[in-house]
Design a binder for this molecule. Structure first.
Ligand code: ATP
Length: 300
């Protein structure tokens, strides 16, 4: 059978725990990351073409040249299997750009799977994960989905079992934050003695909350070492988080390097109330309910 077009759906992630260790000699930080895939999706469609191209539907700010992470994924996969990356990639973006939800990494993961199927390569999961890790430390998780602990730079993943599902509301900001700038601000705050730097470890309270499906306990255990840096660069995030606290969120934090804010609800009904209150607050460019965990890249 000749495959003509392949569409893949891929979720955004929120970090339930993001603990950042001291800077290593190679400039990276050792991280303890608990990734959680949520039902905000991008879609990547791969079709045969004479040359590599990228088109994007949705928010502005996404490059369409060779720098696009989906294009880099197609190029890497083509090199790996020894063919030309002659594919037209179309990205329908719903994940905020530079929002701390790993949208670019998600598109890279989606392009890997879409091209793998389009080109009939049928690489095994391990190989796709390994190619993904070469594209970026958040890419393997986008392939895997669910909930997982990531160690190292975030790419050494162990799936975590979760009871049931959790109900979230995400507050999108106007404009993004650069991930390297947020890490640099975290380093600066630590050097200035304004933030502690401790060797990171996985939170037992967080693991217990996930295992029992207890939203209140999960809300108390949410933790992000990059939050002070994101707040320092974007002080208005303080009021944005407070809006969720005042509206009764059982937990809240900045997602990854921000500026998207994640609010945890106690139930599906509560998430609808929370979303309405957050909309009403006028602090967000968009307010989006979502559930997690959801699977990683999925063929449509
Ligand atoms: P993370 O949570 O992994 O730190 P992020 O969610 O903050 O990342 P992304 O949306 O992944 O940020 O994108 C960061 C930058 O990467 C963008 O500003 C954009 O210039 C570039 N980029 C390259 N390819 C893509 C893509 N397919 N989608 C979005 N951004 C892309």
């Amino acid at each position: 059978m000749i495959v003509t077009t392949v569409t893949v759906r891929v979720p955004a992630k929120v970090n339930l725990q993001l603990s950042v260790g001291p800077v290593r000699d190679d400039g990276y930080h050792d991280l303890v990351n608990v990734f959680h895939a949520v039902s905000l999706f991008d879609e990547v469609t791969a079709s045969p073409a004479d040359a590599l191209s990228v088109t994007v539907e949705g928010p502005a700010g996404v490059p369409t040249g060779p720098d696009n992470l989906a294009a880099r994924a197609a190029t890497l996969l083509a090199e790996h299997i020894g063919r030309r990356p002659d594919v037209a990639l179309h990205i329908r973006k719903d994940i905020p750009v530079a929002g701390g939800m790993a949208g670019g990494s998600a598109d890279a993961a989606a392009a890997l799977l879409a091209c793998d199927v389009l080109w009939g390569a049928r690489l095994d999961r391990e190989t796709l994960l390994e190619l993904g890790a070469r594209l970026g430390s958040d890419v393997p998780f986008a392939l895997l989905g669910g909930t997982a602990v990531g160690l190292g730079r975030g790419e050494r993943l162990t799936p975590v079992e979760v009871m049931g599902e959790f109900h979230w509301v995400f507050g999108y900001a106007d404009g993004g934050l650069s991930t390297p700038a947020v890490y640099a601000e975290c380093d600066r705050l630590r050097a200035a003695g304004e933030q502690d730097s401790v060797w990171p470890r996985v939170s037992d309270d967080l693991m217990a909350a996930l295992k029992t499906g207890d939203a209140e306990a999960l809300g108390r255990a949410l933790y992000n070492d990059l939050q002070p840096a994101a707040l320092s660069l974007r002080p208005s995030l303080g009021e944005a988080l407070a809006a969720g606290r005042d509206a009764g969120a059982v937990g809240f934090l900045v997602s990854g390097s921000g500026p998207t804010c994640a609010f945890l609800a106690a139930s599906l009904d509560h998430s609808a109330e929370l979303a309405a209150a957050l909309n009403e607050s006028g602090r967000f460019a968009a307010v989006r309910p979502a559930v997690g965990p959801v699977p990683g890249v999925t063929l449509l």
